[in-house]
Design a protein around this ligand. Structure first.
Ligand code: ATP
Length: 282
């Protein structure tokens, strides 16, 4: 039996450059992991099957689960005939823009690599992960990185300046596909990815929060005005800046002061069902 943590990620930047001939969008994203985790438990089975267990009924328990796909890929690539039970203790909100499913898949790749002594490097695991989804490669490494291509080309960055992160997820779910369909690529405000990278490299907290940016935000906000209310509430309660993560709907606010983090958290209770105060992981 083996336990592996699967942390959530947030986007400090998300830019969509253009649509490629293969149908994917060319993106540039600075992402970082935060200490809100799913716990993945891997237990070998006598019978050669893949079982998924989760206490949350909305988590798929078959091939639709990205964790299942990760185990299936490892088993077929390395001809492993041992069965595996994957128990997912979910804490990361689902369909939230926090890459919960991708992080679970990445944790299964790392965990099975250890459990079955495959000796694969993170680069090799990330390459396998890319067959499952664009965010899995980033989740294999965790920490802070620039993701390019369709999200699978990872350039590691130094740790972000430390701060509190208040995550708030409204009850709505957002489909990434529907946001991409509504993006007008000719009318996007450009995101200053370079300035974000410079701020991180200089350990410049102010530069980091001033350069938060996500081209998907205005599209999701138009569809779901409650996200705007949450953003305003966080700013009023003292967040230095606020941004939607990924295609949403989760919004995060940043502050260096614990008392402010507590004030923001308290101001959102009752207003938004799922609120968490976390730290960035690196
Ligand atoms: P991203 O930020 O990468 O767009 P997300 O946080 O918006 O991801 P997920 O939580 O990964 O979205 O879930 C999106 C959908 O994927 C869910 O509706 C669910 O049916 C499916 N899914 C597949 N595997 C998992 C998993 N391990 N945990 C949760 N959802 C999963």
């Amino acid at each position: 039996m083996l336990l592996e943590k699967a942390p959530a990620k947030i986007n400090l930047t998300l830019d969509v450059l253009h649509k490629r001939d293969d149908g994917y969008h060319e993106v540039e994203m600075v992402m970082t992991t935060v200490d809100l985790y799913d716990q993945i438990q891997l237990s070998e089975l006598n019978k050669d099957t893949i079982q998924i267990y989760s206490e949350k009924r909305y988590v798929p328990d078959d091939y639709r689960n990205l964790a299942y796909q990760a185990a299936e890929l490892i088993k077929s690539k390395f001809n492993i005939q041992t069965g595996i039970k994957i128990s997912i203790f979910k804490q990361i909100p689902v369909a939230a823009g926090l890459a919960g499913g991708s992080s679970d898949a990445a944790a299964v790749l790392r965990g099975l690599n250890t459990l079955w002594n495959l000796g694969l490097s993170y680069d090799q695991l990330a390459e396998i992960g890319t067959e499952i989804g664009s965010d899995v490669a980033f989740c294999v490494y965790g920490g802070t990185a620039l993701a390019k291509g369709r999200g699978e080309q990872i350039e590691k960055l130094p740790s972000v300046p430390s701060c509190w992160v208040i995550l708030a997820k409204p009850t709505i779910g957002v489909s990434t596909k529907s946001i991409y369909e509504r993006l007008n690529l000719n009318r996007l405000n450009r995101i200053n990815t370079e300035a974000m990278i410079t701020a991180i490299k200089n350990g410049d907290y102010q530069g980091m929060y001033q350069n938060l940016g996500n081209v998907m935000e205005s599209v999701t906000l138009d569809m779901h005005p409650e996200i705007k209310q949450i953003k305003e509430q966080m700013i009023q309660s003292g967040a230095d800046n606020v941004l939607m993560s990924g295609s949403g709907p989760t919004v995060f606010g940043l502050t260096r002061k614990q008392t402010r983090a507590e004030r923001i958290y308290n101001s959102l209770r009752g207003f938004c069902e799922e609120v968490y105060v976390v730290r960035m992981l690196g």
